[in-house]
Design a protein around this ligand. Structure first.
Ligand SMILES: Cc1cc2nc3c(=O)[nH]c(=O)nc-3n(C[C@H](O)[C@H](O)[C@H](O)COP(=O)(O)OP(=O)(O)OC[C@H]3O[C@@H](n4cnc5c(N)ncnc54)[C@H](O)[C@@H]3O)c2cc1C
Length: 390
């Protein structure tokens, strides 16, 4: 059986994004995954979520909400630190931890649109892991078409009363708080009807389903959330009523980048495992890596991986300058998640029958990778966005 932790093969065009400070941080993250996560992946997959205290351990090491301002418990660093966290998760071939959604999506909503009280209340606890968070947009009846959400929040005196349900919610099972996309208006312009409301998990009427039985990413908790006359104070509204859709749009390019980053690093990890395997495995008296078919396949994959890496790192430079376009980010998400699927398929083939066995990381990567083409906006929706700019 192969270990789940591997270093990627250096790209043909050397990467230029990181400083020595970034690399030191990468080492901390790498050790965290090697020590705390990789040995427990099987356990997480059985229970369908990570251990709750893993969040606190990550918080202690400064691995949560790292880019948040220091006054709110973060380290106030650039988003390359988020990139490193995601890459090291992928190099460890882990799909259990939902840190990125918490740190790079939910925290951004609070930091960008929360008032001072909300930031002080939530961000420090999110940075320590005391509070685990989720973002609940998708419903049984709607996913891609967000404007069609049916969960309602109706103002009653000083409280919103929330009714409805959400599905496929990452971190949903362990979450202590969720930002819930609710319908607060009834105007003709669907996008003006949405608001984001902070809902604490211990509110009466808020319940969670069991973790959903997914085909892959089995260690990551994904579940349904139900709201039955859940009352929250009107102070739990994030930003302004009716501005939910606009707020969701602000960080969309970044959210697509998060998926592109995990797919790129996932492909690099799958490739490194496969190169090693083709050196070790023998057929007809020689390593399978010596056959021309294997060498050519690996050369093709390496070329595709490296082309995507160059595009992605360039997107990241633009992201840091805050000038990454929605179309370029959509292209990164769709192209790199497609590339990841192709890479794991070809790599599995090079493993022969062992590639079909779940104790081999390539088998898990083959199953786990599939969701990347669906969430954070399906790849079809990405093509819609790109085509609109033509
Ligand atoms: C593992 C996992 C984790 C997730 N985590 C979260 C989470 O944390 N929070 C959350 O809110 N959601 C989450 N989701 C939900 C995810 O974002 C949705 O599944 C996704 O947006 C697609 O919505 P849907 O499933 O309703 O599919 P649908 O919107 O019903 O789409 C079905 C098919 O129709 C296609 N389609 C739809 N509209 C168009 C169009 N205009 N043009 C062309 N094709 C179209 C789609 O591309 C797709 O192929 C998660 C999903 C998964 C699988």
């Amino acid at each position: 059986m192969q270990s789940g932790a591997i270093r990627p093969i250096p790209n043909m065009l050397a990467r230029k994004l990181f400083t020595s400070d970034h690399e030191a941080f990468r080492e901390t993250v790498r050790k965290f995954y090697e020590k705390e996560v990789v040995p427990n992946i099987e356990k997480y997959e059985k229970q369908q979520h990570v251990d709750r205290d893993l969040w606190n351990k990550a918080g202690e090491l400064g691995l949560l909400c790292t880019t948040m301002p220091e006054e709110y418990g973060g380290s106030g660093v650039d988003r390359l630190y988020s990139m490193i966290l995601i890459e090291e998760q992928a190099y460890a071939m882990d799909s259990s931890t939902g840190f990125s959604l918490h740190s790079d999506i939910v925290a951004n909503y609070i930091n960008n649109f929360g008032n001072e009280e909300q930031k002080q209340k939530w961000l420090p606890k999110m940075a320590t892991g005391e509070t685990v968070t989720a973002i609940a947009m998708t419903e049984p009846g709607t996913g891609s078409d967000l404007q069609a959400v049916r969960t309602t929040a109706v103002l009653d005196g000083d409280e919103y009363v929330i009714n409805g349900s959400k599905i496929f919610i990452t971190n949903g099972y362990l979450c202590d708080m969720a930002i819930v996309v609710c319908k607060t208006g009834n105007t003709e312009k669907g996008s003006a009807n949405l608001s984001l409301i902070i809902v604490e998990a211990d509110r009466a009427g808020f319940s969670k389903g069991k973790p959903l039985n997914k085909i892959g990413m089995k260690g990551q908790d994904t579940c349904e959330l139900f709201f039955d006359n859940v009352r929250v104070p009107k102070e739990n509204l994030l930003g302004m009523e009716g501005m939910g859709f606009m707020m969701l749009m602000k960080e969309l390019a970044w959210e697509r980048m998060l998926v592109a980053i995990i797919c790129q690093a996932g492909a690099e990890a799958a490739f490194a495992h496969t190169v090693q395997y083709t050196k070790d495995r023998k057929a007809f008296g020689k390593p399978i890596g010596t056959f021309q078919n294997t060498r050519f396949k690996l050369a093709e994959l390496r070329t595709e991986i490296d082309f995507c890496r160059t595009y992605l790192d360039r997107c990241m430079e633009l992201q840091l300058e805050e000038s990454l376009g929605v179309d370029a980010a959509a292209a990164a998400k769709y192209k790199i998640s497609d590339m990841f699927s192709k890479v794991v398929d070809e790599c599995l083939q090079l493993h022969g029958g062992y590639g079909y066995m779940l104790e081999y990381p390539i088998a898990r990567a083959y199953i786990d990778n599939r969701a990347n083409r669906i969430y954070a906006g399906t790849n079809e929706i990405m093509k819609e966005l790109i085509s609109r700019t033509l």
